[in-house]
Design a binder for this molecule. Structure first.
Ligand code: FUB
Length: 453
């Protein structure tokens, strides 16, 4: 993951072109800026949205994907990096291609359905990881594929009566009825007829007459079943169909997101969260980005009165904050709205920390509710070098400095200590930038931070 030199150089070029100052991007999309992400699958659980993604390797020239990633947010603008709790190595039978999946909760367990190439057959198969927490760690629930027919892109859905369904497919579209244990099924895989009435007409379709390509996302809202999918190839756009039942017949309803965004694939994920609806997708918007180096993004939208989905276009601004961020409770340093130059890694104290910090790097968090004001700032830090300084700035990386904390050398990159410094002038609701300064080379790591009132 230490691709910072290359990405930072690219980032610098783009930021200069945008006229940005001090190296931090003022856009909320893509959601994640320090690694490439693809194939978003959001899940709302206990008041938080968890986002399950794939991970495109740096410099990839194919869908070279070895692990999956988890992110979460309470406000849709600041996203916490939970690292990689599931990878190809979780599945002893998997050879390659950690492609698009989806996670769901049932009875306190989290089931993550993912496609991979089965090393003994050479075909795409769908496995299921299981965990006791939405952030894992996930283990192989079965020790073998749940289902295998050479097709991929599983989406999972539990109907109101408790019947769960797994759908997947490219070039066809399949489903099975999952049993209540979520790791077995009744009956066999069943093909959903791909009719042009159900899935639209592909121009010059040949042996793929309908628009359905891959990436189905099936859910139910106000009694209507939705199947949102990647349409046509290539480049793809996002389209949808609806039905009065979970297995059809489907009626084609049109475009959700037109072809846009420097990636020839796209992939949908939809949730309702804190009273609004959100559409997740991917594009090639990061520096160095493209069809094999993609990034996940999100837009807020509202259903039309008849339940139809409006046409949604990609933005760099993303959605407005769905909530404020509380600075008076511990916040993970890897909870990020925007960054410049940092990477993340597992922290010895648990969770992740930010690292590979050099002079001038920064992390931004949005919509921080200071209220009447903060008096001090504490950060959990570690440094195998001689440390540096954390500047606490308001608004941007060139904004007013309201606090300055000195970070000492601690004798190791995972040898943690807490440092505190006074803060003055941080009141109301503000964006906050932690800007890191010091000498040359890597300065220090940060695990978490917190203000006191
Ligand atoms: O990420 C690999 C593949 O690209 C996914 O499985 C498809 O949906 C497409 O996004």
């Amino acid at each position: 993951m230490r691709r910072r030199g290359r990405l930072l150089a690219l980032m610098t070029g783009v930021l200069c072109a945008l006229g940005a100052v001090a190296g931090i991007a003022h856009a909320d999309n893509p959601i994640v800026q320090h690694v490439y992400t693809a194939d978003p699958a959001p899940l709302v659980h206990n008041g938080r949205v968890y986002l399950y993604t794939g991970h495109d390797e740096d410099g990839s020239t194919y869908f070279t994907m070895k692990d999956w990633r988890v992110w979460s947010s309470a406000d849709m603008v600041n996203w916490t990096d939970h690292g990689s709790p599931m990878s190809l190595s979780t599945f002893s039978w998997a050879k390659q291609d950690a492609w698009a999946g989806q996670a769901i909760e049932r009875n306190g367990k989290f089931y993550w359905y993912v496609p991979m190439v089965n090393r003994s057959t050479g075909r795409m198969a769908i496995g299921v990881g299981v965990a006791d927490s939405p952030t894992g760690p996930f283990r192989d629930a079965l020790g073998h594929p749940l289902v295998e027919n050479g097709e991929f892109d599983p989406t999972v859905f539990i109907d109101d009566n408790g019947q769960a369904y797994l759908y997947w497919g490219n070039p066809n579209l399949w489903y099975v009825r999952l049993n209540a244990d979520m790791i077995s099924y009744s009956g066999g895989p069943t093909q959903i007829p791909l009719t042009t009435a159900g899935f639209g007409t592909r121009p010059n379709g040949g042996n793929r007459p309908t628009l359905f390509e891959e990436g189905p996302w099936v859910y139910k809202r106000n009694g209507l079943y939705y199947n949102v999918f990647a349409a046509k190839c290539c480049s793809e756009f996002i389209a949808y169909s609806t039905s009065t039942g979970p297995t059809g017949p489907w009626t084609y309803r049109g475009t959700v997101m037109p072809t846009q965004g420097s990636s020839f694939t796209n992939h949908p994920g939809i949730v309702d969260y804190k009273g609004s609806s959100y559409f997740f997708y991917h594009n090639g918007a990061l520096p160095g980005g493209g069809g094999y180096t993609r990034s996940v993004a999100v837009e807020k939208f509202a259903y039309n009165a008849d339940g139809s989905i409006p046409t949604i276009t990609m933005t760099t601004a993303g959605p407005p904050p769905a909530d404020t961020l509380d600075p008076f409770v511990r916040q993970e340093a890897e909870t990020i709205n925007g960054e410049s130059g940092i990477e993340t890694e597992p922290a010895s104290e648990g969770g992740m920390n930010i690292g590979w910090i050099e002079n001038g790097d920064s992390v931004k968090v949005r919509n921080v509710a200071f209220g009447a004001g903060a008096k001090s700032f504490t950060a959990r830090v570690a440094s195998a070098s001689s440390g540096g300084t954390i500047e606490v700035r308001l608004g941007s990386a060139t904004g007013t400095v309201v606090g300055r904390c000195t970070v000492p050398g601690t004798g190791g990159w995972q040898t943690w200590t807490s440092v505190s410094c006074p803060v003055s002038g941080a009141t109301g609701t503000q964006d906050v930038v932690l800007r890191f300064t010091g000498g040359s080379g890597y300065l220090f790591n940060v695990n978490w931070w917190q203000f006191s009132a």
